[in-house]
Design a protein around this ligand. Structure first.
Ligand code: CDP
Ligand code: MG
Length: 247
């Protein structure tokens, strides 16, 4: 067995438009082990807060569609008046060529291109939505394309560690190194703390298992207790469904 191939992982998000259109079962069928040879390594229903959304799509910061993309992945566009329906399904798939196999089944990013070039792919069922400025002038478009899938193995590692704790994944399925944490780490309003206060949420307690890269980042951050991007990427998964990243 080629361990590296067998353990290749990718992150899939079933986005709010797919949930609203009740396409979950269809998507899961297309991605099933029978069709792809890939296995589930993790699954969760996630209320997507702004911090998680910004971290997930950090590479698109500054682009014209970025604010709208955040509202889309947060579920605010498809469920403006029903916050309790805002969620995505986050999945980790594992097996040989996981990244490329799932990208192929998803198809091109733009649903119009997907329909043209790759009929039958998941994103061929997506839609384009016009983006307008305050005067109603069309300034661009957003692509509602039903599903996210990691684009490269590097993206997959970053994204899986952003959405999942090691303990969300069965021990023998974990692809990235873990470590036992020895310190107490708390979070409040974008900052890291080493002591508890009522408003602070505990990220990690001594004895908790965490991604090794996260513990390395926290050790650096605690020296200066700085805030910033790297704290968000560590903290976001610990705030999932806690109501701390809710608006
Ligand atoms: O999702 P994928 O990796 O295929 O595409 P991306 O270029 O990384 O963009 C991330 C997401 O932003 C897309 O899936 C679209 O939902 C959205 N997007 C958009 O709305 N308008 C664009 N011009 C490009 C991307
Ligand atoms: Mg991408």
């Amino acid at each position: 067995m080629d361990r590296n191939k067998e353990f290749e992982q990718t992150l899939v998000l079933i986005k709010p438009d797919a949930l609203k259109n009740s396409l979950t079962g269809y998507v899961l069928s297309l991605l099933s082990e029978f069709h792809t040879g890939l296995r589930f390594a993790g699954a969760k229903i996630v209320y997507v807060g702004r911090m998680l959304a910004e971290e997930h799509y950090a590479e698109h910061q500054g682009k014209i569609f970025f604010p709208s993309l955040l509202e889309y992945i947060m579920g605010k566009l498809h469920y403006p008046d029903e916050p309790w329906k805002r969620r995505v399904i986050a999945l980790v798939y594992q097996g040989p060529d996981a990244v490329q196999k799932i990208r192929d089944i998803c198809g091109p990013t733009n649903p119009l291109v997907a329909r043209d070039k790759s009929p039958g792919c998941i994103r061929a069922l997506g839609t384009l939505v016009s983006l307008k400025d305050n005067n109603g002038k069309v300034i661009g478009e957003r692509m509602d394309n039903l599903i996210h899938a990691s684009a490269t193995n590097e993206d997959a590692e970053r994204e899986i560690k952003l959405w999942f704790k090691p303990t969300d994944i069965p021990p023998f399925m974990r692809a990235y190194p873990i470590e036992m944490n020895q310190s107490s780490y708390y979070f409040e309003a974008g900052s890291l703390y080493l002591t508890h206060e009522p408003a602070r949420i505990c990220l990690l307690a001594p004895g908790d298992i965490a991604w090794k890269t996260d513990i390395d980042a926290l050790r650096l951050l605690e020296k200066g207790l700085q805030t910033g991007g790297s704290l968000g990427s560590v903290a976001a998964k610990y705030l999932i469904n806690t109501e701390r990243d809710v608006e």
